[in-house]
Design a protein around this ligand. Structure first.
Ligand code: B12
Length: 211
């Protein structure tokens, strides 16, 4: 039954049909489908199809922009079901999309998942220069620093950021993710860990904070 809901979500996502999509999400939530599945099996798959259509020249930038807005609205709807409320902080995580890259949907999902698990998240936003990561890391001394990149060109900026942090003695563990990263290139640029998705990222953060 859930599978059919996920298929509807994917189709409605690709059709950029906001009203129908939000209704299906409501239905899924009321049937007890967990938010993580709605995001990964419904919404993210829909977004992947949009990306493929963009690559094939079937969709253009306006559709890409609309799909980004749609994802944000869908996540807003799901967010209250993910946040677990007044828990003592599990640890501090500094997050940001590196300089040169403005994609933030994946980073925002990661942030929501972390907050839902009781972490204090300091989100620097998108297009974050290395020096801003450094200044904030020195100020708040996070347990983990998470960096996101979807554009291949931004990976070298990520490497520069990690180098700057290490050069200034910042000890926090660095976990990287986003479509431009792989386990292999994450290692090459000096990251401590690579998170394939937000949930793997959460498991890494839990391990790094001894939970
Ligand atoms: C939506 C989208 C946009 C939206 C972004 C909206 C937003 N607010 O983010 C808009 C329209 C703004 C956009 C703009 C551009 N885009 Co774009 N975009 C996409 C698209 C379709 C989906 C990306 C996405 O959000 N995926 C869904 C999220 C949930 O997935 P995700 O980010 O990968 O995150 C998951 C994991 O990776 C992980 N994760 C992510 N970050 C992190 C961090 C950590 C620490 C951890 C642990 C995990 C983690 O967790 C998430 C889920 O669990 C992709 C295609 C694709 N299939 O990826 C292209 C894509 C990324 N875009 C691309 C391009 C080229 C651009 C533009 C340059 C286009 C242009 N000509 O202007 C600009 C970018 C300008 C810039 N300087 O950044 C290319 C990049 C190619 C490359 N390899 O370099 C892609 C791959 C499309 C393509 N095939 O050509 N884009």
């Amino acid at each position: 039954m859930s599978d059919q809901l996920f298929t509807s979500m994917q189709e409605q996502f690709v059709a950029l049909d906001e009203q129908a999509l939000l209704k299906t999400i409501d239905e899924a939530l009321s049937r007890g489908v967990i938010p993580a599945d709605i995001i990964s099996k419904g919404l993210s798959t829909g977004l992947e199809i949009v990306g493929e259509k963009f690559e094939k020249g079937e969709f253009f930038l306006p559709e890409l922009i609309l799909s980004g807005d749609l994802m944000k609205k869908a996540i807003e709807k799901i967010r209250p079901h993910m946040v677990s409320g007044d828990r003592i902080s599990s640890g501090k995580v500094l997050l940001g999309t590196v300089e040169g890259d403005i994609h933030d949907l994946g980073k925002n999902i990661f942030s929501t998942v972390l907050k839902g698990d009781g972490y204090e998240v300091y989100d620097l936003g998108v297009d974050v220069p290395p020096s801003v990561f450094l200044d904030k890391a020195r100020e708040i001394k996070p347990d983990v620093i998470g960096m996101s990149a979807l554009i291949s060109l931004a990976v070298s900026k990520m490497a520069e950021t990690i180098f700057l942090l290490r050069d200034h003695g910042v000890q926090s563990k660095v976990v990287v993710g986003g479509a431009a990263l792989t386990k292999e290139n994450a290692k090459t640029i000096g990251a401590d860990e690579y998170g394939f998705d937000a949930w793997q990222g959460l498991r890494i953060v839990r391990r790094q904070t001894n939970r």
